[in-house]
Design a protein around this ligand. Structure first.
Ligand code: ADP
Ligand code: MG
Length: 332
C-alpha cells in the first residue's frame, strides 16, 4: 500500500476545497467547529464520526456507550468554541449483523447524551456499510459575543487545562495489553463527558484561544501554537492527571506523562487566558463541572527551529511535547 499521509497532513491538503474565515463564514475550516453568520445570528457547526475498531470496540463499549460517545465528542467540539449545543443530525452506517434492537440501543445512548447536554436529535440518514459508524453533526450557539478560536493565543498568556488527563489512553492500552483496567478510566473511554459549562466560563472570562483535547495534549496544544504562531511551555508537575493514572502506567510499564500528553480522548479543555486571570478562571471553570483544573504553563514567542510545545520536567530537563499525540492513521 502506498504511504498514507497523516490525518493532519491530509486535512491540510484539502484546504483549497474548503471555505476559510471570510464574509458570512465567521470561522472557517481548521478549528474545532465552524461558525456561520446567518443574517446576524452566529450558528456553530461541527461533525465527528465514531467508527468501530477506531474509536470503540463492540464488547468493550455497549451500543448505548457508542451512541453517547458519538454525541459527546461533538458537543465537546462546540464547548471548545465557547458554545452550547441546540440540535444534532446523525448518519448511521449499519453492517448486516447489527439488528434493530441494537440500533435502538445506539439511539437510546444518543438520547441520554442529548438529554445530558440539552440538545435534540432532529434527523439523519441510514446506509448499509461494512463497519458500524455514527456520524453526528451538531449545531449550537455561542455563550459569549465571539467564538474562541485556536488562533488567538498571545505570548504572555497562561495555559489552562480543565478536566484531567491520561485515563482513557490508559484504559485503551490496558485492554490491548490484557492488564486490569481502572474502572474510572474505562468509564471515561466509554462515556466521555463534554465540558460545555467550563467552555462557556472560559469564553465569557476572555480566553484568547481554546481547543478540546481529543488527540492528546501535545498534539492539541500544537494546533493552538500553529494556528496562533506562538510556542508554549508546560510544567510536567502542574498537569492534572486522572486519579489512578500512576498505578495504571506502572501496570503497563508506561510513563504516566506519555499517557497524559500523548494519549487522546481526554475531552478536557485547553485554553489560553490572560495571565492575571488564569488561577481564578481555571478554578471557576473546574467548579462549573466538578472536575480538576490547573494552570499548566505559558505561551511564549515563536522561535524558528525550536519545538512549538515544550514539556519542562521538575529536574530541569525538557521534552518536545508536540511530538506526542494520537494520529488514527499512524496508529492504524
Ligand atoms: P477535532 O479533533 O477538533 O474534531 P479535526 O482534527 O477532526 O478536529 O479537524 C480539524 C479541522 O479540519 C476541523 O476544522 C475540521 O472541520 C476539518 N476537517 C477534518 N477533516 C475534514 C475533511 N475530511 N474535510 C473537510 N474538513 C475537514
Ligand atoms: Mg476538537
Amino acid at each position: 500500500m502506498p504511504d498514507q499521509p497523516s490525518e493532519f497532513d491530509l486535512i491540510a491538503q484539502l484546504a483549497p476545497f474548503l471555505a476559510g474565515t471570510h464574509g458570512d463564514v465567521a470561522v472557517g475550516h481548521g478549528d474545532d467547529a465552524a461558525v456561520l453568520d446567518l443574517d446576524g445570528r452566529l450558528v456553530v457547526v461541527a461533525v465527528d464520526v465514531v467508527v468501530e475498531g477506531v474509536h470503540f470496540t463492540r464488547g468493550v463499549s455497549t451500543a448505548g456507550d457508542v451512541g453517547w460517545k458519538a454525541v459527546a465528542v461533538n458537543v465537546s467540539d462546540l464547548a471548545a468554541m465557547g458554545a452550547r449545543p441546540d440540535a444534532a443530525v446523525v448518519g448511521l452506517c449499519r453492517p448486516g449483523d447489527v439488528d434493530v434492537a441494537e440500533v435502538e440501543r445506539l439511539y437510546a445512548g444518543m438520547s441520554e447524551a442529548c438529554t445530558r447536554w440539552g440538545l435534540r436529535l432532529v434527523g439523519g440518514d441510514t446506509v448499509r456499510a461494512d463497519a458500524l459508524a455514527l456520524s453526528v453533526t451538531v449545531f449550537g450557539r455561542l455563550a459569549a459575543k465571539r467564538p474562541v478560536t485556536r488562533s488567538g493565543a498571545r505570548p504572555g498568556d497562561a495555559l489552562v487545562v480543565v478536566g484531567s488527563l491520561g485515563g482513557p489512553a490508559a484504559a485503551v492500552a490496558g485492554l490491548a495489553a490484557g492488564v486490569t483496567v481502572d474502572p474510572r478510566h474505562l468509564a471515561a473511554h466509554r462515556r466521555p463527558r463534554a465540558l460545555v459549562e467550563a467552555g462557556c466560563v472560559l469564553a465569557q472570562g476572555g480566553a484568547s484561544a481554546m481547543i478540546d483535547v481529543s488527540d492528546g495534549l501535545g498534539a492539541d496544544l500544537g494546533h493552538i501554537c500553529a494556528a496562533s504562531g506562538v510556542r508554549a511551555r508546560v510544567r510536567a508537575d502542574a498537569l492534572p492527571l486522572d486519579e489512578g493514572l500512576r498505578d495504571a502506567a506502572a501496570a503497563l510499564g508506561a510513563d504516566p506523562l506519555d499517557l497524559a500528553c500523548g494519549g487522546g480522548e481526554d475531552f478536557a479543555l485547553l485554553a489560553t487566558v490572560p495571565e492575571q486571570d488564569a488561577p481564578r478562571l481555571a478554578a471557576a471553570a473546574g467548579a462549573a463541572e466538578g472536575v480538576a483544573a490547573a494552570v499548566i504553563g505559558e505561551v511564549v514567542a515563536a522561535v524558528a527551529d525550536e519545538p512549538v510545545a515544550e514539556l519542562l520536567h521538575a529536574d530541569g530537563t525538557t521534552a518536545d511535547l508536540s511530538a506526542l499525540g494520537y494520529d488514527h492513521y499512524a496508529a492504524g
